[in-house]
Write a protein that binds this ligand. Structure first.
Ligand code: NAI
Length: 505
């Protein structure tokens, strides 16, 4: 099929329809914008006028291009004004029956060649197309909010969609300056599926009383480089949106433990503590500003430090710790087993401190574990055991404050905070690749652009080391017996064959 997309019909002039109209106009297309609510499309067109005017004032676009874009916009009074469009994108209410009815109505007057695309974020494309006379011309075309800034579009063929339709929508995405990613018609597609790990694992950590919200947000932002902490993000999105999505993906995957939601958000939802929109979520807000910021605690320099005996899973971690301690004139206990007054420092993966001391036969009253998943550059998480003496935890805290580095002490947790969250993110992305929901390149691009993670999740696994990620998951599975952490076969196979996670045959 060779269809040149010149004229686009957009149905629904809400937040998404207006955003899609903007990028379609700015890339030279003619747009017919229709909304069932009288006057809504006209209001959207006036908003667009203001948006483009602001872009001109900021020198982002020229006056001529703004005028040209607006000249190409037609506010449709009736649905059948869209009869000559090459492509019709619906961005109406998220309701399967209403979307199916709309398609039936469109099919009474559009030609067989018109492509119909749905911006649904949670409904099955196959289901949306199931009542149509021509399901082969229907596909998902999932934009993200705000559309002009979120430079990614998921293109989703339903079971009966013709491959040509996918190609046409992919080409159009590039024309509109967005990166297309092709996803199978599965719950959450790529981005809302891959995004399940960050929030749910952080909630589980909070629920286990490992650390408080400030600490978990800080650790994840400062150790791993997430732009927003999970609780900041949940507050921004609003639990009225996020909690149902968590439940829906979990149920749609037949209660797969990897997506398990948490009682914490269910309760907050019932109590209407939704986040920023109600001034109270995980944090409290006044006029949009967080009220209760807690900074990392700092421990002063001590007059004397114990010698430090080191145990690590990886040689590079031993070298890193040795270098740091030597630089700060801390004595290193290099005996085969720790002397009786030494602080025992364990750089462990996927374990709590109790498990490490048992595995290595160490004195738990003197042991503190450290998370080196991202080295020592940014933030340090320390984890004393249940019975570590205060003087040893304080000494460890002070040692890792010596260069003004930020330290957070947490309660015992298998895999600290950063390790278990990133291992879940990588593992879930590997499973998405294993299921063939999308290519590795598309999974990486989709998550990087759609969720703003510093790396694509599969590439991120390669940056951290696939063997390390696997070790975290294996130990967590062994200690917790929770199938949530079972390593994806995609990940296991590549570690066994010593290949990067991005390797595809
Ligand atoms: P919205 O509520 O801002 O706008 C929906 C518009 O559709 C309203 O103006 C309404 O009058 C109109 N409408 C409703 N039923 C209609 C019908 N039968 N015919 C014509 N117009 C109709 O909604 P929003 O947020 O723009 O979402 C639209 C779609 O995009 C939904 O399917 C949603 O799931 C999806 N989506 C939303 C995202 C978001 O962040 N808001 C992100 C990605 C997808």
């Amino acid at each position: 099929m060779t269809i040149q997309i010149a004229t686009i019909g957009i149905i629904g002039s809400g937040i998404m329809g207006t955003g899609i109209t903007q990028i379609a106009l700015q890339s030279g297309h003619q747009v017919y914008l229709y909304d069932a609510k009288a006057g809504a499309a006209q209001i959207a067109s006036e908003k667009l006028q203001l948006t483009l005017q602001k872009l001109v004032e900021k020198n982002k676009i020229t006056t001529e291009s703004a005028q040209q874009a607006l000249a190409n916009l037609v506010v449709a009074q009736n649905l059948d004004d869209l009869k000559n469009c090459d492509l019709i994108i619906e961005a109406i209410v998220e309701n399967l029956t209403v979307k199916q009815e709309l398609i039936k109505q469109l099919e009474t007057f559009i030609p067989e060649t018109t492509i119909i695309a749905s911006n649904t974020s949670s409904l099955s494309i196959t289901a949306i197309a199931s009542q149509s006379q021509h399901p082969e011309r229907i596909a998902g075309y999932h934009f993200f909010n705000p559309v002009p800034l979120m430079k990614v579009i998921e293109v989703i063929p339903g079971i009966r969609t013709q491959p040509d339709i996918v190609r046409i929508l992919v080409d159009l995405s590039y024309k509109m300056g967005h990166r297309p990613v092709v996803a199978k018609d599965t719950p959450g597609f790529i981005i809302n599926h891959a995004g399940r790990a960050y929030g749910t694992e952080s909630l589980k950590i909070l629920n286990e009383n490992v650390a408080n919200i400030h600490e978990i947000d800080r650790i994840l932002k400062h150790t791993l480089g997430f732009k927003m902490g999970p609780f900041e993000l949940l507050d921004l999105t609003g639990l009225d949106v996020s909690h149902p999505v968590m439940e829906s993906v979990y149920e749609q995957y037949y209660q797969e433990p990897r997506y398990r939601p948490n009682v914490l958000t269910k309760q907050m939802l019932v109590a209407k503590q939704l986040g920023r929109k109600t001034d109270q979520g995980f944090y409290s807000y006044t006029a949009g500003q967080k009220r209760d910021e807690q900074l990392a605690v700092k421990v002063d320099k001590l007059s004397q430090y114990p010698a430090v005996w080191i145990a690590t899973d990886f040689t590079a971690d031993r070298e890193l710790l040795t270098h740091y301690l030597t630089t700060h004139q801390i004595e290193i206990d290099i005996q085969a087993s720790p002397a009786k007054d030494s602080l025992i420092l364990v750089a462990s993966y996927g374990e709590d401190t109790s498990s490490s001391t048992q595995r290595l036969n160490l004195d738990a009253t003197r042991t503190v574990s450290i998370d080196l998943i991202n080295g020592l550059n940014t933030h340090r998480t320390l984890m004393p055991s249940l019975i570590t003496q205060d003087k040893f935890s304080q000494a460890a805290h002070s040692i890792f404050n010596l260069d003004d580095g930020e330290v957070t002490q947490i309660q015992e947790s298998v895999g600290f905070v950063a390790q278990r969250v990133i291992a879940m993110v990588v593992n879930l992305a590997c499973d998405i690749a294993q299921q063939g929901v999308a290519t590795v390149d598309d999974i990486n691009a989709a998550v990087h652009l759609g969720l703003g993670y510093p790396h694509g999740p599969i590439s991120w696994g390669d940056v951290l080391g696939p063997a390390k990620v696997l070790l975290i998951l294996e130990r967590m599975t062994q200690i917790t017996a929770d199938p949530r952490y079972r390593p994806s076969p995609w990940l296991q196979r590549r570690v066994k064959l010593n290949q990067p996670l991005t390797f595809t045959a």
